[in-house]
Design a protein around this ligand. Structure first.
Ligand code: AHG
Ligand code: MN
Ligand code: MN
Length: 341
């Protein structure tokens, strides 16, 4: 029998006592994200049974085909969060503009950014997918919030994390006091604390990158990846390749085993594919809180001031020493003296 069962709610209440600045509404906000995650997890788990696989027949602002589960996750998160009186608005990968709180509901002092379902290409084939979230304090003067509340640098996040719908469903979050992991107990229907003070190893075994795009890489990417996989006896790091194609799943594995995930800018897209606000910044907060690093190759992801909601960024994230190695290859190529922390 498991001792000291710590539910998500109890954990947040205890954190609230330890860090008195964390107010009750913050606890409520995170608990409700946990609730939405449970509903999404249920839908994902039975996805093959209902008519909820496949394309929704629309294309999002990124020009990507939207899946039915993308929309379900988006609707579930918005409808769980919009009436609480805690948010002043939201922004989502699946919505072109700032999501206002309906006039019939009160607004609050936080803004939520989200990638409702990450790893869309894996939805229909029963491979791990996830939800990514990021919370900022309201900064605009607008009484009911506006896009400025969502358009903040990663360093201003008050909490961030993700839910991984994998062989089990896990919720990983940080509010700046370390990284905690909860596993969904399917019988209880509760997230229970399973991982405390998560630390990413300083170096890792895995590199994660879409090697199918090698022809478009800039030289540093090719040089670094060659170094990463070259055997130690030949002066390399002897790392193995793991690439799921769901950022959350690749990040999660590397968080525990150590390693580096790279979605670089390349000759086709100099900013790569991933979105700063919905993917890179939240995971950068988790990585840094776990002792890892995240950079776009020039500056830390957390320091980038976003200019638009759907801005993309190259992402190099994971074990600190592995990320530093990649940065050395970038500097060699650009011949820059470091302006990276
Ligand atoms: P999303 O499903 O939210 O659009 O994100 C997909 C992302 C990310 O999860 C993954 O790392 C990446 O796309 C994979 O892209 P490639 O197929 O280009 O490697
Ligand atoms: Mn995504
Ligand atoms: Mn998505």
């Amino acid at each position: 029998m498991q001792k000291n069962i710590m539910t998500l709610e109890r954990h947040f209440l205890e954190q609230q006592r330890k860090f008195p600045l964390a107010r009750g509404e913050f606890t409520k906000l995170l608990t409700e994200i946990g609730f939405a995650a449970k509903v999404i997890s249920r839908e994902v788990n039975r996805a093959g049974l209902g008519n909820i696989l496949g394309d929704a027949g629309v294309v999002n602002i990124q020009g990507e085909e939207v899946k039915k589960l993308d929309l379900m996750a988006q609707k579930m998160l918005v409808s769980t969060m919009d009436h609480l009186g805690i948010l002043c608005g939201m922004a989502s990968e699946e919505e072109d503009t700032f999501i206002e709180i309906p006039d019939s509901f009160p607004t609050g002092s936080y803004a939520l950014n989200m990638d409702p379902l990450d790893g869309s290409s894996n939805i229909d084939v029963n491979v791990s997918i996830g939800t990514i979230f990021s919370i900022h304090r309201k900064i605009s003067d607008c009484p009911r919030g506006d896009a400025a509340d969502c358009l903040q640098a990663g360093s201003k996040q008050v909490a961030a994390g993700y839910v991984l719908y994998g062989s089990s469903t896990m919720l990983i979050y940080t509010s700046g006091h370390g990284v905690y992991g909860f596993t969904l107990d399917p019988c209880l229907g509760e997230f229970l604390l399973s991982h405390e003070a998560i630390r990413i190893p300083g170096r890792g075994r895995y590199y994660s990158i879409n090697e199918g795009y090698a022809d478009r890489w800039f030289p540093w990417t090719r040089n670094y990846i060659n170094h990463a996989k070259k055997p130690p006896e030949a002066g390399g790091r002897g790392m193995s390749l793991r690439y799921v194609g769901s950022l959350v799943a690749d990040f999660h594995r590397n968080l525990f085993t150590g390693g580096i995930f790279i979605y670089p800018g390349d000759t086709r897209a100099d900013k790569g594919k991933l979105r700063l606000l919905f993917e890179a910044a939240p995971l950068a907060f988790v990585a840094e809180q776990a002792g890892g690093r995240a950079t776009d190759g020039r500056v830390n992801i957390m320091d980038i001031q976003p200019e638009n909601l759907h801005q993309r960024t190259p992402l190099i994230i994971g074990s600190a020493d592995d990320v530093d190695d990649a940065l050395r290859f970038i500097r060699e190529e650009t011949n820059e003296t470091s302006h990276v922390r």
